[in-house]
Structures are given as C-alpha cells and as structure tokens.
Design a protein around this ligand. Structure first.
Ligand code: F6R
Length: 604
C-alpha cells in the first residue's frame, strides 16, 4: 500500500528537512500531509488535506527549532482525505505521535477495545489505534511499548513514532517498506530511498519484524529482544532514477509491483480457508443483495477490459445477466433498467468524466451503484453507494498496468462473495486458488527477460494482431491497447471466432498474431482460429499455460503458471504489458507519458 513516511533526527532544524524528504515521496500518495515535531515537553502537530506544499506554505512563519520529527504524505485507504484523517495521529495525552503506512486489518476490534478502556478517537483511520495502543503499553520504555503494540496488530505497517522526553524516533516494519538513512550526526527514516538521497547515500533496508530507533548519533535494530545488524548499502542511483525505484520508467516499476498490489487488494478480504468477507464494505447494499437482478459494468479503456473479466466471471458464477458497456456509449443509450439492477463502475482515477456521468444518471434512476476505484476520496468513490477499493497505490505511468490486475482481483472477490450469499456455493476451493495468484504473478514477473528477448525479435514490425476467446479476449484487447498507446504501432485485438468474419483479410505473410490461449475450455476452438491465420502465413506468438503442447509448435511463446480458467487474466496480461513496454523502449518512445494522452480523463 502506498503513503509515504519520513523521520529526521539530528542537529539541524527538522521541519524543512521533513518537507524536503516528504516531497520526494509524493509519488506514493498526495491527498493529505502532516508533520509532528518534538518540542521541549510537547509535540507540535500540523496536518491538512491537500498537497505537502500547501502545508509547508501555511507553516512558513513558524520558527520551530526542533531537530526531531516525523512526516507523512497520505494515499487514503481507511477514511476519506480530510484534515482529521491526515497523519500523524496522537494518543489521548498528546505525548505520542505516529505516522503509518500500511493497513491494519483488525482496527475495528482494537478501536472498540481501546474505546471501552476510555481512549478517545478523533479520526476514521485504521492508524489511530497505534498511538492509543502505545499509550496503553507505555511504562517508561517506548521500544517495549512499540513491540507490545505491534504484537496486537494484524496487517501491514511501517511505523515511525515519537514520544515526548525521548530524542529518538522509534520504528517498526512488516510488509510495508521502510529504510534508515545514515547521515553524519543525523539519521533518517523513510518509506523509500529517494527521500533521503540528497542527504545520504548510505541506507539500510529494514526487513519484516524489525523494530528499533534512530537518534542523531546512532541507530539500533531488533528482531524481538535480539539486537541485530543489517547491511549498510551504498546507493548508486541519481535522484530521478531513485524516484522510480531505480527503474528507467514508472511503467516497468508499476508492472513489477503487481504481486504486491494484488496481495494488498486481497488483504483482509479473504481468509486462508478461501472464504471471502466483504460484508462490511457492502453493508450499505446489504438488504439489496437478495433481490439482485442484472448487473451493468461500465468503464473506459483498460478499466473496461478489466470489466470484461468481471463480466465473464460474475455471470458464470452467479447465473444472472451481466452486461458490460463503454461509459461514453452507455450514457447515451436508452438502457432499460429495472428495480434490483446494479451498476458497477470501474475506474483507476475515480474521476473519468463518462464513467462518473453514467453513475450519476443511473443513481437518479434508482440503481444500486458499486465503484471499483483506486483513488480514495475521488468523485466515483464518494458518490457510489459502495466502493470496493483496488489498493494498487498511485499509478503514475499514463498506461495503466497494476490498476487493471487489481480491478480484476476485486471482481474475483465480489463474485465469490455474492456466489456464496446468493447461491450458497462452497467458494473455498476457488478462494484458495485465488490466494495463490500473487505468487504466480511473481513467477511471471521473474521471467521478464524472456519477454525482453521476444521484443527484440518483434520491435521492427508495424502491425500486430491479438486474438483470444472468452476471458482471453479481454486480455487480448488490453494487450493491444497497451501496445498501441505507448509504441504508436498498429495493434488490434479480435475475438478469435470473429476472424473469418472480416479481420482475416488483414493477415499477410509474417505478420505477428499474438494468441492468448489460457482458457482450457476454449483451447481447441482457439487453436482452430490459430490455424486460420497460420494458413495465411502469420507468425503466431502464444501466451499459453505451462505444459501446453502448442508451445513446441511455436517459435515464440510465453507460458504462465497453471490455475483455473477464471484466474488466468492477471497472469496472461503481464507478459503483454511487458511486451508493450520492451517494444516501446527499443523504439525510444516516451513510455510514461505517451503523446496525446492524459492520466485522468475528466472531459467527455
Ligand atoms: C490505458 C488507460 C486508460 C484508462 C481509462 C480509464 O492504459 O490507462 O484506458 O484505463 O482512461 O481511466 P480510469 O480507470 O481512471 O477511469
């Protein structure tokens, strides 16, 4: 999950350094920002909705001498972006301040427990349980209090905390990134290396289970009670490369984040036994579920293609009609709707004008609305009856990658949840299989050099065709969109069965046809379409399941780990994302900001 946290302790004034380091983490989130500085006997706190710069400007006249503090830039997960939900969060006494990046899954039960012990909560965030737990456990030793507090947390966290009377910053980490920057007479904590690079190139990358502190003169790292040493790394990157985590482009960084973003999207919503739990998130529609009639999925571009996977999955599991529409078409169509129909809007930004307009129109007509949205607090997220967040973190590259796989993942969760409720289906075997997907995504990502070699062979081509059936058709469409938008090459996708109804006329000797063949149930049918293009001299490149004998017949192919037909889309799309990336890189294109396109399309 995103959000950026930083901490500084040293001889200089902390405030300007905290702002400077935070700004280099703004790519991790930017809906609110905050700082807490240790003064003599109190903590100075400033936080507000909006950009870091706004907060900084508001504090221009303050001359705070403190050399120790923490800062946060937020990408909201629990609680909308607002002044009171911004970090840092304080305990009741105002003597402990905390910044956190991650998701506390059991915050509801902890909050109830802490409330019953008299603690007073001021925000809607999951994070606020942490300072109150620290207050509860603090008996003169902050590190001990922190270790006890994290033993109560389920979920992911990178935490930095300050306590009045202690000129140290205390930290803990599990499943969210955190590094120590080691300076001369000063030390830093940050979510990511770029934050500290202008100050030091010596960093320690902390690991899961690490706790400890930094002071101006030293730092200490513990695993449980045991003090440990971790390797100090000298960072060779320049500033710009560092913001992209050392990668040449945000696109490849974001592609490689997909194991984590899918894991984050599943986190807390599916148990180890495969049972999906969305009742809290779907609570506003709880009494409507049993009358669910038809589902309309509406979105644009990549989000629409994610919706295609959603359509196939939902209708086959729920046995109800699921229609999918492009938002700009849907809004001007005379769509007959009935009571009990639901509208699902899919959007990374949550601001896409056509998708938002479709939501507003249909709300007026009485439909129940569900947003599948990445940007918390965005218009669609605010206006839909229910929003199921994708938790992919900020996506900076204009071409969408990790948002797509997270959107498909949310459809899986929703489908499984509704199948149990509406059909009494035992979803555990499917749920357990879904839990293996992040690991399988990691296996696909590990083979990126294979795709790079494929790109070497293909980048001089001018036309590309993509084919697939069923859920593979949606993947083919998304693969073609990715390639055309960043390489500017002609890339078209067709439902494989449609070839002979026209597109076959485009096939010529040597033209690359990328065939997505991951649906066992449709394999033989797609192969008969492959034969049609083969017969016309096309060069077929396969995206296949491991062990498919077709691999031996093709000069170029990429195999994905085996899973059931429903769950292949996130695995099959990744080699196509990477192919688009590597071809465009070979062609020297502006990958992160393709010509004529914008990240958020807020006009019709
Ligand atoms: C393509 C891409 C676009 C978006 C589309 C919808 O890579 O990013 O096709 O998917 O503009 O945007 P959101 O998801 O923000 O509604």
């Amino acid at each position: 999950m995103s959000c950026g946290i930083v901490a500084y302790v040293g001889a200089r004034k902390a405030l300007p350094i905290i702002f400077d380091t935070l700004k280099r983490l703004e790519y991790r989130g930017y809906d609110s920002a905050g700082v807490a500085l240790l003064e003599d006997k109190r903590i100075f706190l400033a936080k507000q909705k909006g950009k870091i710069k706004d907060l900084e400007d508001g504090l221009k006249s303050e001359n705070i001498l403190s050399g120790i503090g923490i800062g946060h830039t937020r990408w909201a997960t629990h609680g909308r972006p607002s002044d009171f939900n911004a970090h840092p969060h304080l305990d009741c006494s105002g003597k402990i301040a905390v910044v956190h990046n991650g998701i506390i899954e059991n915050y509801n039960e902890l909050r109830e427990e802490l409330r019953s012990r008299g603690h007073n909560f001021r925000s809607e965030t999951d994070t606020e349980v942490i300072p109150h737990l620290l207050e509860e456990f603090y008996q003169g030793d902050p590190l001990q209090a922190l270790q006890k507090a994290i033993s109560r947390l389920r979920g992911s966290y990178a935490i930095a905390a300050i306590f009045t009377g202690w000129d140290k910053v205390f930290f803990a980490r599990k499943d969210s990134p955190l590094i120590i920057g080691i300076g001369e007479g000063e030390n830093f904590l940050a979510s990511d290396i770029p934050a500290v690079l202008p100050y030091t190139k010596r960093v320690i990358v902390l690991e899961d289970g690490d706790t400890g502190f930094v002071s101006s003169a030293e730092y200490a790292i513990f695993q449980g009670d045991r003090k440990i040493e971790r390797k100090i790394m000298e960072v060779p990157w320049d500033q710009q490369a560092a913001e992209r985590g050392g990668f040449e482009h945000f696109m490849i960084k974001e592609i490689l984040e997909q194991e984590q973003s899918i894991r984050d999207t599943l986190r807390g919503r599916i148990k180890e036994d495969g049972v999906v739990e969305l009742s809290e998130e779907l609570a506003p529609l709880a009494d409507k579920i049993s009358q669910l009639g038809r589902i309309f999925i509406v979105a644009c571009g990549t989000a629409f293609y994610a919706g295609m996977a959603g359509k196939y999955f939902l209708e086959s599991l729920l046995d109800i009609p699921v229609e999918i529409d492009i938002a700009s078409e849907f809004r001007y169509r005379a769509v007959p709707v009935r009571e009990g129909d639901w509208l699902i809007l899919v959007s990374q930004s949550g601001e896409t004008a056509d998708t938002l307009a479709a939501l507003r129109d249909m709300k007026k007509r009485g439909l129940s609305t569900v947003g599948i949205v990445n940007a918390v607090g965005s218009s669609i997220a605010r206006e839909a009856d229910v929003t199921l967040y994708t938790r992919a973190g900020p996506e900076i590259c204009v071409a969408s990658t990790k948002a797509y796989t997270a959107q498909v993942t949310v459809f899986y969760l929703l489908g499984l949840y509704l199948a149990k409720l509406l059909k009494g289906m035992d979803i555990r075997p499917l749920g357990k299989e879904l839990l293996t997907i992040p690991q399988k995504v990691a296996q696909v990502l590990a083979k990126r050099e294979e795709v790079e070699r494929m790109a070497e062979e293909l980048y001089k081509e001018r036309d590309f065709f993509f084919i697939g059936r069923g859920m593979d058709w949606g993947v083919a469409l998304e693969g073609a969109l990715k390639l055309k938008e960043i390489s500017y090459l002609r890339a078209e996708a067709f439902a494989a069965g449609e070839l002979k109804h026209g597109p076959l006329a485009l096939i010529y000797e040597g033209v690359p046809v990328i065939a997505v063949v991951t649906q066992e149930a449709l394999r033989d049918k797609t192969i008969s379409n492959i034969e049609e293009v083969w017969a016309r001299g096309a060069r077929v490149i396969g995206i296949l399941r491991e062990g498919d004998p077709l691999e031996k017949e093709l000069a170029l192919s990429f195999t994905i780990p085996n899973t059931i037909d429903y769950f292949t889309s996130p695995l099959a799309v990744i080699p196509l994302q990477m192919l688009a990336y590597y071809i465009s890189r070979k062609l020297g294109r502006e990958i992160d900001q393709p010509r004529n396109l914008a990240k958020s399309v807020t006009v019709e």
